[in-house]
Each structure stands twice: as structure tokens, then as C-alpha cells.
Design a protein around this ligand. Sequence first.
Ligand code: URA
Ligand code: URA
Length: 206
Amino acid sequence: MTLDELQRWAQANRPAALIELSDNLVFGEGNPAPQLVFVGEAPGEDEDLQGRPFVGRAGQLLDRILAAVSIRRDEVYITNMVKYRPPGNRNPKPEEVAASEPLLLRQLELLRPQIIATLGNVPTQYFLKTTEGITKTRGKWFEWHSVRIMPLFHPAYLLRNPSREHGSPKWLMWQDMKLLKEALDSLGPKSMAPVVIDTAHQERLF
Ligand code: URA
Ligand code: URA
């Protein structure tokens, strides 16, 4: 199966638990064989309208953050934990996150990233299986199915906290992005990476 086929499959097979969310699937975009994947929370209004992840104000800040450490948006893959916009941009409910898991896992199996950067609490708490807040987990490395995980602040949080002072969220994000870039630069060629993501859930999806 290819990413395009998975996207078409997802469009035709929407989980019942996502009934309250917007109709439009925002699947994700970028390099289909990336070393690094960003996983956000859920699409907002601009993303819902355009069908692309991180294109609104938070996405524009993410673009500037990537540019600041010389990561090209088209060399990575960007997606969200939940693929449909929640009403009024509320946080996705736990059952909506659970219903979104099979699609995200299948997508990651196809992408085979070596590093996943999680943006904000929703994807971070999912991957780390924790209720610990992002202010505690950000900037540290975790492991998930032999993939390295780096939790990061959500760009929307940085929009609400614009200070660049030493110790501010933006300053911390800059430290974390430098770590992420260093790790990315030290990876071997993608083909050498023995990345295997568990496929046990496939039966649930198909
Ligand atoms: N916030 C997210 O978490 N994801 C998007 O795609 C846009 C805003
Ligand atoms: N709180 C959030 O919900 N997200 C962040 O990224 C930081 C604090």
C-alpha cells in the first residue's frame, strides 16, 4: 500500500467516533520517505479549508522555526494525531485520539521515520503513554518502536507566548530545535536505518 492508497482508504472509512469532527480529511504532506516526521494535534480552520496540515498562523510559525535551523519543509513529513478538525478547535477527546490511532500507525509504517517530533500535549501524551505535560517532557529524547521521539511545544502555544527572553517557551523551543537538527544531521543514510514499526494493529484497520 502507498500513502495515496492509504489516504483514499481513510477517506472512505471514517471511524464512527469521529462523527462530531469536520468532514474534511487532512491527511498530511511532505517527503514520503522522511527521516523526520512532525505530528501535531488536529487541523484548525485553515487546514480544514485547504486540506493541508499546518498552513494557518501556527503553521506559518512552524515554517519559520524549521527555517531557523535549516530544515526544509519538503524534506520532512507533517501530519496530525487526529486528521479532522474538532468543532471550535477544541482539543480532541480521548476516544477521538483512540479512533485516530490505526490510521496514524499505518501512515508511520509507510513513512518509516527515524525521528518523530511531537507538537504539543496531544501527540506527546499518545506516544509517551503519559499524562505528564509538555513542559516536563519537551526537549528530551524518548524511544517508541525503535524510533526516537522529541516532544516539542506546539507552535500555537508559542504564538500565545511571544517573549524570546532566556527561559521563555520560544527560547526553550530554540534549544530543542537545535537538538533535533543535530540528531537529524547525525543520522546515517535512510536506507541503513533498521526502522520497524509494529504491524500488529493492521488487522484492525483492514
Ligand atoms: N494545529 C495543529 O495541531 N495541526 C495543524 O495542522 C494546524 C494547527
Ligand atoms: N500547553 C499546551 O497545550 N501546549 C504546549 O505546547 C505548551 C503548553
